[in-house]
Design a protein around this ligand. Structure first.
Ligand SMILES: [Zn+2]
Length: 302
């Protein structure tokens, strides 16, 4: 508990609902809700720094407005509160990519949690092993999220863009750079589906601020070439230090990282394809997890 907890929590909900209303009214195509993304809050229980689930409320409002909603969560932690809110519904499809519940709070979010009743097949969890790096993350994203996105064809996307999956975050064990978040945003924006972006978590303050600033810039369609050249300027071994622009340094991937990450991630991708894809008319048999380039639509080129 802390002073002004209730205004803090309700402001986030108000902002999320305002974003949802503006999207429903067609006033904006992208709404950026920086404070939002309290995805661990349950209907009757606070958890993980989250008191009231603003993103679940936004999804609910959008669904009430007659929209098919895709909730996509790339925060390092499983979006358990949003999963719970819509576990028996299919009008809000929840997909969470997060560090495995074997190594991180909230210790769940596994591939066999695929929804129930009406919602069966409309919840997908992809577990990322500790050390997951951009290339592996984006490959998994393309194999799992893009086909489901194409098949579900949502009217609106609510994206939880947590920055705690960035390398150097003190609470988590993933090794992404903000290029990954930028790539996710670009893949979604290219589809011209109304988008609500919520900030989510992030506990390395500098990295988080730069990541969100970059995300804002991408959403506003104002990529800065000068910044790009600085960010791409070189690999600094193991460092997450400021690269001179909004973009992180590229991070080298060690052979050991590849050895540990690739098999675990492949197993998770295969499990989602096996468990969830059949509910959407997508191939789930042998070879379904072949090259991501076979993914339908133009986004496979990035
Ligand atoms: Zn988080």
């Amino acid at each position: 508990m802390f002073k002004d907890l209730l205004p803090y929590a309700t402001w986030a909900c108000g902002a999320a609902l305002t974003a949802a209303e503006r999207l429903l009214a067609g006033e904006v195509d992208v709404a950026f809700h920086l404070l939002g993304g309290f995805h661990h809050a349950m209907a009757e229980r606070a958890a993980g720094f989250c008191y009231l689930n603003d993103v679940a409320l936004a999804c609910l409002r959008l669904a009430e407005g007659g929209k098919r909603v895709l909730y996509l969560d790339v925060d390092a932690h499983h979006g358990d509160g949003v999963q719970a809110a819509f576990y028996r519904r299919r009008d809000v499809f929840t997909i969470s990519l997060h560090e495995s519940g074997h190594t991180l709070f909230p210790w769940g979010g596994f591939e066999d949690e695929i929804g129930e009743g009406d919602g069966l097949g409309f919840n997908a969890n992809l577990s990322l092993p500790a050390g997951t790096y951009n290339e592996a993350f984006l490959d998994a994203f393309d194999r799992v999220v893009l086909p489901l996105l194409a098949a579900y064809a949502p009217d609106v996307i609510v994206l939880e863009l947590g920055m705690d999956a960035l390398a150097g975050d003190p609470l988590t064990h993933l090794s992404l750079t903000n290029h990954a978040h930028e790539a996710v945003l670009e893949r979604l924006l290219r589809r011209n589906i109304p988008l609500l972006v919520a900030g989510g978590g992030g506990y390395h303050v500098e990295n988080t601020v730069r990541g969100w600033a970059l995300a804002w810039q991408v959403c506003a369609g104002e990529q800065n070439e000068h910044d790009l050249s600085l960010g791409m300027g070189g690999v600094m071994l193991g460092s997450t230090e400021w690269a001179g622009g909004l973009r992180d340094h590229d991070r080298p991937v060690t052979p050991e990282q590849r050895r540990t990450v690739e098999p675990a991630l492949r197993a998770s991708v295969d499990a989602v394809i096996r468990n969830v894809f059949p509910h959407h008319g997508l191939p789930s048999g042998a070879g379904a997890s072949g090259p991501a380039a076979s993914e339908p639509g133009p986004a496979a080129t990035l």
